[in-house]
Design a protein around this ligand. Structure first.
Ligand code: UDP
Length: 390
């Protein structure tokens, strides 16, 4: 068996964006780690891989957005496994949507009763929570969902999640897709590789070292978020008025007025070492766009959240964070300084925030247990390795 694993190769096809590349690199590392051969033999295997021209490929694991890989796998008669870098619940929504008729759905959705109806077996998700515009028009999005789910030739689907977070969505997927579902996350706990595409500003850790425990709010609204200047200004004033220290990840230059406000109480970086920041004892909350990686990274550190989602898939994560796991508060509507001040107080100083932190710490412990020997994600990874070795 080991001999065989040493000789065979796996082709990984990630989608070129930070939120996809990171879990892909982590998956690659996790598989290598669980491989029973030693590090040296794997290095040998890799160097062989680069030299050899023969066609001994065990499997193609591809990012679901790179679904053209499925056709290549079919043509070369290779097994393939989909890697979904979003939550299991987002995948369920994709499945539900892939069966809908776009025109009828849009008409149905004009009815408030339909909007508020809970999607079968998916409490607390209602129809209005289904992500429908993430990829442009609804038609195009439904087409993508169909491409991903209706090809039916993949041998399994890997999801960067854990059963303690999304058990009902995982069971739903298992039943619906009829192929093994491998929830083997959170992958970032198990690996040490830094997969950041951008240079991390480590100076914020020194700044954090000088702050009081659980006092700092860390703000990162994702690599693709676009914010109006007015919103940035209201955020800055709300942060200033709240008197809470903060780290703010913002890539564009701030207007002079904002810079002035920010530099008094906060610290600005273009790109942070996010996992180290979240793990720092001075951090008391995370104001996030609720991308799936950021959500997982935050829960793993037991930090409560302020949710400010932009895209549809992020709204879905925010819904779970606020209503299912109850570890965060959603900031709705237009951002206004008074509201920012109030929400920060609720999260950092009120009992409500402390309760959220307690629940988040509960998940943190469960998630860490899931990747330890005998845990659900560990066992799932083992099953995947066995499949790859056959
Ligand atoms: N990230 C980071 N430093 C930052 C901001 C983000 O390292 O200053 C990382 C974060 O840890 C996460 C990824 O970028 O792993 C963002 O992925 P996510 O799915 O949360 O959001 P996306 O940017 O894909 O919408």
């Amino acid at each position: 068996m080991e001999k065989r694993a040493e000789k065979r190769r796996i082709v990984l096809v990630p989608f070129p964006a930070q939120g996809h590349v990171t879990p892909f690199i982590q998956l690659g590392q996790a598989l290598i780690k669980l491989n029973k051969t030693s590090e040296e033999s794997f290095k040998h295997c890799l160097s062989q891989l680069m030299l050899q021209q023969d066609n001994d490929i065990a499997c193609i694991i591809y990012d679901e957005l790179m679904y053209f890989s499925e056709a290549a796998a079919k043509e070369f008669k290779l097994p393939s496994v989909i890697f979904s870098t979003v939550s299991a619940t987002s995948r369920v929504c994709g499945c539900v949507l892939s069966k809908l008729n776009a025109e009828k759905f849009l008409i149905d959705m004009e009815d408030p009763e339909v909007q508020d109806k809970v999607v079968d077996d998916l409490h607390p998700l209602t129809y209005k929570d289904l992500p429908t515009s993430g990829m442009g028009t609804l038609d195009r999005y439904l087409e993508l969902c169909r491409e991903i789910f209706n090809r039916g030739t993949a041998s399994g689907i890997i999801i960067n999640t854990a059963s303690c977070l999304e058990s009902s969505s995982l069971s739903w997927l298992q039943q619906e897709l009829g192929i093994p579902v491998y929830p083997l996350g959170p992958l970032h706990i198990t690996v040490s590789t830094n997969s950041s595409l951008l240079e991390e500003d480590m100076s914020c850790i020194e700044w954090l070292n000088k702050q009081k425990p659980r006092s700092v709010i860390y703000i990162s609204l994702g690599s693709k978020a676009h914010m109006e200047e007015k919103e940035v200004l209201e955020m800055a004033w709300g942060l200033y008025d709240s008197n809470q220290p903060f780290i703010w990840v913002i890539s564009k230059s701030l207007p002079e007025e904002v810079s002035k406000i920010v530099s008094e109480k906060g610290y600005i970086v273009k790109w942070a070492p996010q996992n180290q920041v979240l793990a720092h004892p001075a951090v008391g909350g995370f104001w996030s766009h609720c991308g799936w990686n950021s959500s997982l990274e935050c829960i793993v550190e037991g930090v409560p959240m302020i949710c400010r989602p932009f895209g549809d898939e992020q709204k879905l994560n925010a819904k779970y964070i606020e209503s299912a796991w109850r570890i965060g508060i959603r900031l709705k509507g237009e951002v206004e300084r008074g509201q920012v001040k109030r929400i920060l107080k609720r999260l950092i100083t009120d009992d409500e925030g402390a309760d959220m932190r307690d629940r988040s710490i509960g998940f943190k412990e469960k998630l860490k247990a899931s990747v330890r020997v005998g845990g659900s994600s560990y066992n799932t990874l083992d099953e995947l390795v066995k499949f790859l070795e056959t």
